[in-house]
Design a protein. Structure first.
Length: 417
């Protein structure tokens, strides 16, 4: 089917275009600009802005969560620990009612290391249902690979196993639990981290570090990681650490919404917004209204200042949330979909322009993760698109004026009208 989206503003992932007609042919963008083809199904975007479908560059997800993400215009989620590896997600890849996903599988960490401290010992997940009513399916029934490593040799041996098991990139946990309120957790030593990152690179894989402190960030830079799944929050930035990150070329997913939650700041401002609250069920609402609250001594203004310093130094920033796969209040303050929009608002609060913030949720993650078929509005790319009312290139909160989303050209109407 041919669809022509006309009369709207177009942000193509990098800049605002003067050509306002975008033509879709099935799952692909057929043309940008020109006249609508004869017989095309017309979508009048007057008063709105067409964007590439948004990314969440740090999640832990499930079919239910992927469906929620799509209802907020997020068409791709990047899982930083979880089950949705290449060999397990065929049912997701072909389902245009949920966001697409890429996954690290499970991160390399020592036995007893992060994130073991986050889960209550008596926790048993509730049986939430997937959109098709069949429950969240983990894919094939074999257990996922758990790459617990304490030596360089163990880390190196796990890399080809993770690649074979379908990991799209490799995650390294570099965290002694200080920020989470559990100091003294086992942590990868420098030699093990160095060897694991080098082996990931030998296999052509991105190496991504979980770090929450300046010290562990410095260690990950020494190891040569390609990106950070978090921004440090234990102290204000220094010119030295900003310079080291920028010189390394590593990207950063600040997850400001997660850092705020760690400080005890809930997402209640989102649930009070009818554009958000009306789209969440009770369980997700309760999750968003809670917080991690494990590092109350943190200072959000320091995190925002670090974001601005990284941007000014030329580091690539991406929008991410660290949302949990199920609505769990003890992992609260963030939810799939809605919290991406709040993260964009935080990036602007830090000092980025709205256009720069939007690039962090479109062009930049697509480029840095090698997903060249999305993240932009350009001929031949996937028809993953978001239409909103207003102009988020000047008022970032307009991203929540959701009207329609397309995933591989399949349209879902989001507006209440």
């Amino acid at each position: 089917m041919i669809t022509a989206i006309i009369n709207g503003r177009v942000f193509d992932g990098e800049r605002v275009l003067e050509d306002t007609t975008v033509v879709l042919n099935g799952a692909r963008i057929a043309a940008v600009g020109g006249e609508p083809p004869a017989g095309a199904d017309i979508v009048d975007a007057r008063g709105g802005t067409l964007l590439p479908g948004l990314f969440d560059a740090h999640v832990h997800t499930s079919e239910e969560a992927l469906a929620l993400a799509l209802r907020f215009g997020i068409t791709t989620e990047l899982e930083m620990q979880g089950m949705n590896t290449r060999t397990r997600r065929a049912h997701i890849t072909e389902n245009d009612a949920v966001a697409d996903v890429r996954s690290a599988g499970f991160g390399i960490t020592p036995p007893g290391g992060h994130p073991s401290e986050l889960m209550p010992k008596d926790f048993k997940p509730a049986g939430r249902r997937a959109p098709d009513g069949r429950g969240d399916r983990p894919g094939p029934h074999e257990m996922p690979l758990m790459p617990f490593s304490t030596t360089p040799e163990e880390a190196v041996a796990f890399i080809p196993q993770l690649v074979a098991a379908g990991s799209d990139y490799i995650k390294f946990m570099v965290d002694d639990g200080t920020v989470e309120g559990h100091p003294g957790l086992p942590m990868l030593d420098q030699a093990t981290l160095n060897a694991g990152v080098a082996e990931a690179h030998r296999h052509g894989m991105l190496a991504i570090a979980h770090t929450l402190t300046v010290d562990t960030t410095r260690r990950a830079i020494e190891a040569g990681v390609d990106g950070f799944a978090h921004l440090f929050m234990d102290q204000p930035h220094t010119d030295e650490i900003i310079g080291l990150i920028a010189a390394s070329g590593a990207f950063v997913v600040p997850c400001v919404v997660l850092n705020a939650s760690m400080m005890g700041i809930t997402g209640s401002s989102l649930t009070e917004d009818p554009r958000v609250g009306s789209r969440l069920d009770e369980a997700w609402t309760n999750t968003l209204n809670s917080s991690y609250d494990r590092y109350p001594q943190g200072r959000l203004e320091d995190v925002l200042a670090s974001v601005k310093a990284l941007h000014d130094a030329g580091a690539d920033l991406m929008a991410g949330t660290d949302a949990a796969p199920l609505p769990l209040p003890f992992l609260g303050g963030v939810v799939h979909g809605a919290s991406v929009h709040q993260e964009l608002q935080y990036l602007v609060q830090a000092g980025l322009t709205p256009v720069q913030a939007l690039r962090a949720a479109t062009l930049t993650p697509a480029r840095r993760f090698g997903l060249e078929d999305r993240g932009r509005i350009s001929e031949g790319l996937r028809a993953d698109l978001l239409l909103v009312d207003g102009d988020p290139t000047t008022t970032i909160s307009d991203t929540l004026n959701l009207r329609d989303v397309w995933r591989r050209g399949t349209r879902t109407t989001l507006s209440a009208s």
